[in-house]
Design a binder for this molecule. Structure first.
Ligand SMILES: [Zn+2]
Ligand SMILES: [Zn+2]
Length: 417
C-alpha cells in the first residue's frame, strides 16, 4: 500500500519521457513531431513499432495487408491470442496508441497492397520509411519510392540468430537496391510472376527460421537508426548494412557503394500539388494540366509503375479475354477464357495482352475513365510527359487524396522544390 502511494506521487512528478530527455542531444519535440512510415507489421514491424511508441514518435502510419496468424504470436509483442484473424496493421495501430508516450499521438493504418495502392505523395509525408518486410519485391518498391522523394529508408531482415539492418538515403548514399544483385531480384520475380509477367495468385511464402530474440535486436537497431535520422545526427552512416551474428556475437558494418547500373536512381526534381484526387476523369484532368501549361498537351506516363491492360488472348484457344484494368489486378490464372477454365483445359503459352503505358486524352478508349480505374493510386504523383517535347516532364501530386489515406494523421505541407 505504502509503496503504491509512493509510486502514485512519483507518477505525478515525473513525465514518461524523463529518462530519454537526459540524453544531451535528445529532442523530445523533434521525436513528437516526426512522421514515420512502417511497412510490415509482422515480427520486425512489431518490435520497431513498440520502440517508436515508447520513445514518443508522434505520427505513425502502419502498412500491412495480412491478418494475424497463430504462428505470428511468438514474435509479435503487440498481438495476443484474441487478435488471431484480425488485421495486423489495425491491431498494431491500436496497441501503439495505447502504449505511446506521446501525448497526442497520431497513428493510423493502411491495409492493402503497398506497391500499387499507396501513392508516392503519401511517402512524401514521412521523414523516414522503415521496411519490416519478408520479401524483396515490396522492399524494392519502397526503396524506389524513397529514392524518388529522397527520403531515408531503413531495411531490416532476420534469419535464425542473425539479423541485418541497412540504412540508405539516395542520392547521398547508395540505395537499398544497390546492395541487391539483379539475379536476386529476377529470382524473386520468377517466384511471384508467370512468364507472361502476371502475378501468380498463390505464392508459397518461404517461412524464414527465426526467433523473437533476433527479431528484437533487428527492431531495436532499426528504430535506433531512425531516432538518429530524425535528430539529423552526423553519426548516421547512410549506405551501410549492419550484421549481427548472434551465435558468435560478431558485429559487422559493411559499406554498400552506389552502383552505377542501379535502375532505381531517379528522383523527382519538383513536385506540384494539385486539387485533384484519383477519382479525376483522365480527359478532364489532362485538360486542366493543359490549361496550367499555356495550352501545351501532356500525357500520363506510367512506365515502370504498371501497365493498363485492355484484352488478352486465352492461352489455350486464343479467344479474346476482356480485362480493362491495371496489370497488377490480373493474375496468371486469369489468362484463360471462361470455357477453357470451366473445362480445366489450361495449356501453357503466351497470352498476347494488349497493354499501354501512356495515358493520352486523345485515346477515346480511356479518356472517360478515372485515374483510379486506370490503376493510379490515391495520393500518387503522376508523371506527365509533354506530347510535343519528349524530354519535358512534370510531376503532379493528387494532393486532395492525402487526407483520405493519412486518415487521423495530419497532412503536412511538404516542400519538394
Ligand atoms: Zn541503387
Ligand atoms: Zn479458351
Amino acid at each position: 500500500m505504502g509503496r503504491a502511494m509512493i509510486g502514485e506521487v512519483r507518477m505525478g512528478e515525473e513525465s514518461m519521457v524523463d529518462r530519454q530527455k537526459l540524453i544531451p542531444w535528445w529532442e523530445q519535440e523533434v521525436v513528437n513531431n516526426s512522421y514515420v512510415l512502417v511497412a510490415g507489421a509482422g515480427a520486425i514491424g512489431n518490435e520497431v513499432l513498440k520502440n517508436l511508441a515508447l520513445i514518443g514518435v508522434g505520427h505513425i502510419l502502419i502498412c500491412d495487408m495480412d491478418v494475424i496468424s497463430t504462428s505470428n504470436l511468438s514474435r509479435t509483442v503487440l498481438f495476443t491470442k484474441d487478435d488471431v484473424g484480425k488485421y495486423k496493421a489495425k491491431v498494431a495501430a491500436e496497441r501503439v496508441k495505447e502504449m505511446s508516450v506521446c501525448p497526442d499521438i497520431e497513428v493510423d493504418y493502411f491495409i492493402g497492397d503497398i506497391m500499387h495502392l499507396l501513392g508516392n505523395g503519401v511517402f512524401g509525408q514521412f521523414d523516414v520509411v522503415l521496411g519490416c518486410l519478408d520479401n524483396l519485391e515490396t522492399r524494392a518498391s519502397l526503396n524506389k519510392r524513397c529514392n524518388l522523394l529522397q527520403i531515408p529508408y531503413i531495411d531490416g531482415g532476420i534469419r535464425e540468430l542473425t539479423m541485418s539492418v541497412s540504412v540508405h538515403h539516395y542520392p547521398k548514399s547508395s540505395c537499398w537496391a544497390c546492395g541487391i544483385s539483379n539475379r536476386q531480384l529476377s529470382n524473386e520475380k520468377m517466384i511471384r510472376y508467370s512468364c507472361d509477367e502476371k502475378r501468380k495468385r498463390f505464392v508459397e511464402e518461404k517461412k524464414a527460421p527465426t526467433i523473437q530474440i533476433s527479431t528484437a535486436i533487428a527492431g531495436a537497431l532499426a528504430a535506433q537508426e531512425a531516432v538518429k535520422i530524425l535528430h539529423k545526427m552526423d553519426q548516421v552512416q547512410y549506405g551501410r548494412k549492419y550484421y549481427f551474428e548472434g551465435l558468435t556475437n560478431s558485429f559487422e558494418s559493411i559499406h554498400i557503394p552506389k552502383r552505377a547500373d542501379c535502375v532505381c536512381h531517379h528522383s523527382y526534381d519538383k513536385v506540384t500539388k494539385t486539387p485533384w484526387t484519383n477519382q479525376a476523369v483522365l480527359g478532364e484532368f489532362l485538360e486542366w494540366v493543359k490549361e496550367q501549361n499555356r495550352g501545351e498537351e501532356f500525357y500520363i506516363d506510367i512506365t515502370g509503375e504498371h501497365r493498363f491492360t485492355f484484352t488478352g488472348k486465352c492461352k489455350t484457344c486464343g479467344a479474346v479475354v476482356d480485362f480493362w484494368k491495371p496489370d497488377y489486378l490480373i493474375y496468371a490464372e486469369d489468362l484463360y477464357c471462361s470455357s477453357c477454365l470451366a473445362e480445366k483445359n489450361l495449356q501453357p503459352g503466351l497470352s498476347n495482352c494488349e497493354e499501354i503505358v501512356e495515358l493520352h486524352a486523345s485515346d477515346k478508349r480511356i479518356s472517360g475513365m478515372t485515374l483510379e480505374e486506370l490503376g493510379i493510386a490515391k495520393g500518387h504523383i503522376v508523371t506527365l510527359r509533354s506530347c510535343t517535347e519528349d524530354s519535358k516532364c512534370l510531376y503532379y501530386e493528387l494532393t486532395a487524396d492525402l487526407p483520405a489515406v493519412m486518415k487521423s494523421l495530419t497532412v503536412r505541407d511538404v516542400y519538394r522544390e
